[in-house]
Design a protein around this ligand. Structure first.
Ligand code: GLC
Length: 462
């Protein structure tokens, strides 16, 4: 198995790769934020911005801070942070569903200076902010920025625990599959099978840019649009959406990233003398970590699953997000070792030692598809989370393999959005958006951080 062998490395020059990636984020920089990919995603996306800010922190700390401030300025009055900030009205023609279809920008809590969506995305900003702070040459000079950002991110967490955890389980739910960040995950299949969605006249723009076989299917897209339409009909009122939406899920990745961000906000708030905020954040992070272990661990599968809160049933499936609790130190040593074995065994490594880690869905899952978006291909952000998680648990060989697999894929295919994981056909192109910002940013992060191993978040071993 891979864990005992030295990670394979194709020839690439890290310096050149890093320079290419620096040019990608530079070219995707607009006035105050970075687009994920200029054709496919012409606005600002929440978790993209977090990952992208990490890339900027190595080359231009001003842009890293600006990226986050621009995003945080779009926060709603109730603390909600939108997954898309539609900065550019002209680009709306390029994208569907745009702000008007989503219909959230007229909400009483929404900002008035810019249009936003009414769904959110994973809470990465807390730990991103802590990385930035640790990398500041003169942190005191930017104390105002950090204090403001800490309290806005805290307000987002307050919103999540207040409005997304009605049963007070310390697990927050997502109410649209796009909120997970893993849009067409096979985890949602049983939910879609449980109800009918109308057929929408296809106005999608993504399939103009990308081969249809590599995107969510038309049928799945009907469900996504239907959820948006229902949310709009509920006036994006949280209580009404909770009563009405067919999709309410406690997602392992979303809750894990909230724990990691909560831990970071607790540490930073303490440092700035914001004691109540520190205490509350710490308490939430601990409680959510316990809840993830109690409710989402699937013993038969040796990883974390999803809970379908609407239909009151567990979704037991082997996805890469189900391994991500490693990132926040949530798993105990025994569970972590079982996930390590899963990653190095046939489920996530497949049968060919040259396959790349980590497919977004296990090779052994009947729904595994090496091309279709979140149902098989490798994504660099998930790999980065797993790389960091493995390092924390001392799985150094596995961590290094994930890092090398990631850098090799990007060096071989280009700075794409997602990648073919199998070793059987290395002639294929990369998939999705080209010059994709978080791929570039996290490659910079993986190359630079291994040159400066001390420059990261403090280890939070369980
Ligand atoms: C896709 C991805 C999502 C990402 C967005 C912008 O929808 O699934 O995670 O945030 O594109 O890059």
């Amino acid at each position: 198995m891979h864990s005992s062998s030295v990670p394979h490395t194709d020839a690439y020059d890290p310096h050149t790769l890093r320079q290419i990636c620096e040019q990608v984020i530079e070219s995707n920089w607009r006035d105050g934020f970075t687009v994920p990919s200029s054709n496919l995603y012409p606005f600002q996306w929440l978790w993209d911005s977090g990952f992208i800010a990490l890339g900027w922190s190595w080359t231009d700390m001003g842009k890293a801070r600006q990226e986050l401030s621009t995003l945080l300025q779009a926060q709603w009055k109730n603390g909600f942070l939108p997954h898309i900030v539609f900065h550019d009205d002209r680009a709306e023609k390029q994208y569907f569903p745009g702000a008007d279809f989503q219909g959230a920008h007229t909400h009483a809590f929404a900002p008035t200076h810019v249009k936003t969506s009414g769904i959110t995305q994973p809470a990465v900003l807390g730990f991103v902010l802590e990385y930035l702070y640790q990398r500041e040459e003169n942190p005191d000079a930017h104390a105002n920025f950090y204090i403001q950002a800490i309290s806005r991110i805290f307000d987002f967490h307050v919103y999540l625990y207040r409005d997304r955890d009605p049963l007070k389980e310390n697990l927050v739910y997502i109410r649209h599959n796009w909120e997970s960040g893993t849009d067409n995950s096979a985890a949602w299949d049983s939910i879609w099978a449980g109800y009918e969605a109308p057929v929408y006249e296809v106005r999608r723009k993504d399939t103009h840019h990308v081969n249809e076989a590599q995107r969510p299917t038309k049928k799945d897209y009907n469900y996504y649009l239907h959820l948006i339409e229902l949310s709009r009909e509920c006036g994006y009122d949280e209580a009404r959406m909770y009563d009405r939406l067919p999709f309410l899920v406690q997602d392992p990745l979303f809750n894990t990233l909230l724990v990691a961000s909560g831990q970071s906000i607790a540490r930073m708030a303490r440092q700035f003398g914001l004691d109540d905020m520190a205490q509350q954040s710490q308490q939430w992070a601990e409680a959510t970590s316990i809840a993830i272990n109690q409710k989402l661990w699937v013993d038969d599968l040796s990883l974390y699953g999803y809970y379908d809160l609407r239909n009151k049933r567990m979704i037991a499936i082997r996805t890469a997000p189900g391994l991500c609790p490693l990132f926040a130190g949530i798993a105990d040593a025994e569970r972590a070792a079982r996930m390590q074995a899963l990653m190095t065994g046939p489920d996530f490594s497949g049968s060919d030692a040259a396959n790349a880690l980590c497919p977004s869905l296990a090779y052994t899952d009947p729904e595994f598809n090496p091309e279709r978006y979140w149902r098989g291909p490798v994504w660099v952000n998930i790999n980065w989370l797993l790389y960091k998680g493995c390092l924390q648990y001392g799985f150094e060989i596995l961590a290094e393999r994930i890092r090398q697999d990631t850098l090799n894929l990007v060096a071989r295919y280009g700075v794409y959005e997602y990648f073919y994981p199998l070793a059987d056909d290395r002639q294929r192109p990369g998939f999705g958006g080209t010059a994709f910002s978080w791929t570039a940013a996290l490659v910079i992060e993986m190359i630079r951080q291994s040159e400066h191993p001390g420059s990261g978040r403090a280890s939070i071993h369980p």
